[in-house]
Design a protein around this ligand. Sequence first.
Ligand code: GLA
Length: 384
Amino acid sequence: MILKFKDIFKYGDENLDKFFSPGRVNLIGEHTDYNGGNVFPCAINFGTYAIASKREDNKVRVFSLNFEEEGIKEFTLDNLKNIKEDNWANYVKAVVYSFKKDGFKIEKGFDLVVYGDIPNGAGLSSSASLELLISEILKVYNNLDIDTIDMVKLSQKAENEFIGVNCGIMDQFAIGMGKKDKAIFLDTNSLKYEFVPIDLKGIKIVIANTNKRRGLMDSKYNERRSECEEALKDIKEHKNINSLGELTEENLDEALSYIKRDVCKLRARHAVLENRRTIKAVELLNKSDISGFGKLMNDSHASLRDYYEVTGIELDTLVDLAQKTEGVIGSRMTGAGFGGCTISLVKEEKVDEFINKVKKGYREKIGYDADFYVAGVGDGTRKL
Ligand code: GLA
């Protein structure tokens, strides 16, 4: 990558900096992070690698080895516009915009080459990975006094305000705060969090990519979000709550009866029960009840399929095949859905068999291949 950098930007012997920002998987707690609920993600050992060099002027030049054909993208720190043709580079601008808007002095530009080994648009948060990477670069190159949580918040804002995706805080949080061999039990309402050791003795986390591409922009992500807001608004006419995450199994039926549109009832049912499942799942994991945890993963997928309707034939096929395979503790879609990836907990000695079987079944039914990755739980964004 260093040679590539020097070649692309015509550098000589200058010192270059290296950065890494992971992707994430969510173990359980899907579509709860904008409903005041809990999530349980972790950073993975795949992500975005970068070589960068600070500039003394306000120019930013970026190049992606994943999109070589797009060439160098260039802009200045005082001219930040979301231009469709700039594609992935808009995420770089978005983070600069967000920091500046929050009052940070960003005066030093940079040259940057990135390479991601997480597939783009696969629901492993390649965009949040890039956002935190840029946050770290801005912090280092402009000597900013900012802690990681604020970088997480500004990265989320970048996506909400500049890119126009109304995402919650889960992805940025998992990526910025990630810790090796720990998952993060995060209450998205209070931002209280706890690191939970992922001690999966003899069990591997296997990610399967449907290879059905989707971007959050063209998915129904924002629509789901507003359906939940509508549900909350209806409930609030009768009940004093601030988010769906405050509801439990006990008062769910009453709350649902206040919701006017049937589709919003379904969405709210998922949001509430998924949040409860997440709390239970972490309790089970703390008691080393991995099979109980796996069962809740399966229930989570069913709810995302039947109530939240964000799965689709590709994700359902992968999960059905996985759940029927020996040695699988649990399997579900992860991330926003509508394509993207599944996550399965698989007994180590069965991983090869699992991949072969699911790969074959998927090809027969869907007509093209899924890709498989055995993921480790890694640290968050950092300068190397
Ligand atoms: C995407 C969003 C997250 C979260 C998940 C669904 O990954 O970026 O904030 O809402 O979908 O759980």
